[in-house]
Write a new protein. Structure first.
Length: 265
């Protein structure tokens, strides 16, 4: 992964011999087109000047692959992945039933959300939505988020995969990647997540990664429809660590924007 804040670049890479999936942060930052002109490679990252001090974050899982910062050019693929279907429309997996919106509204709502997220990162509240690519195809989003991280040292997560990419182990891999980033490089002490009890896939990912159940609550899933919601909690010692390792470089100059500082290892 390559994450750029204020002209500083974070590199996160991990590999195994089975796949060449990529995790790419979905259009986080401002002035993306100018940043893209500079390009980013693993050996010598270069980002063009940005008057706003931000450039998009990209992430390459395969270390020998050169990547360029993603901009609005990624939006069509993201929209196509959403429109191709994320879940059985008869069953809503999200606490906010955003996929119920009519097609035209779904497209506009998605664009508004991404633009809002990338423009509202502060040390007090941030959301980092990573776009997930498998065999160079956009297949979903994995988000890492926090509120008052400097005080709470707690992160949350949410995700979705287009239906054609489900059931291949991608969900476990992408969740594990952001948890390694959170625990080992941002200094998080707790990670939370949640899912409706009938969301078999999401609950399965949480169990495989190592989360413990942390109570249930009743939520309104759709208007007038109550549903039981399972909360989960994870600490660094409980994380089921993968055989691959996550490599990071260039992180320290960016930590201030995420409400943290250098981590003693």
């Amino acid at each position: 992964m390559v994450y750029t804040i204020a002209h500083e670049t974070i590199h996160l890479t991990h590999t195994d011999h089975l796949t060449q999936s990529q995790l790419i942060v979905l259009l986080f930052g401002l002035a993306g087109e100018r940043a893209a002109a500079g390009g980013i490679t693993r050996s010598h990252p270069v980002v063009a000047d940005s008057p706003n001090g931000f450039a998009p974050l990209t992430a390459a899982r395969h270390p020998e692959r050169n990547e360029r910062p993603r901009t609005e050019a990624d939006f069509p693929e993201a929209i196509e992945a959403i429109l191709a279907g994320i879940h059985d429309p008869r069953r809503m997996p999200f606490g906010n039933p955003w996929t119920d919106a009519p097609r035209d509204e779904l497209i506009l709502n998605s664009l508004r959300h991404w633009w809002s997220v990338r423009g509202n990162v502060t040390p007090e509240h941030w959301q980092l939505p990573f776009a997930v690519r498998h065999d160079d195809t956009f297949v979903g989003v994995q988000e890492l988020a926090a509120k008052d991280f400097a005080v709470t040292r707690t992160v949350g997560s949410g995700s979705w995969l287009t239906r054609s990419a489900q059931g291949q182990g991608i969900g476990v891999e992408m969740r594990t990647a952001i948890l390694l980033l959170a625990f080992d490089h941002l200094g998080a002490e707790f990670a939370t997540t949640a899912a409706f009890v009938d969301n078999t896939a999401s609950n399965g990912v949480s169990r495989k990664v190592g989360y413990l159940k942390d109570g249930r609550e009743m939520l309104q899933r759709r208007p007038g429809e109550p549903a039981e919601h399972q909360r989960y909690l994870l600490t660094p010692d409980r994380l089921n660590r993968p055989e691959w390792e996550l490599g990071v470089s260039g992180l320290e100059p960016c930590l201030r924007m995420l409400g943290t500082g250098p981590i003693d290892r």
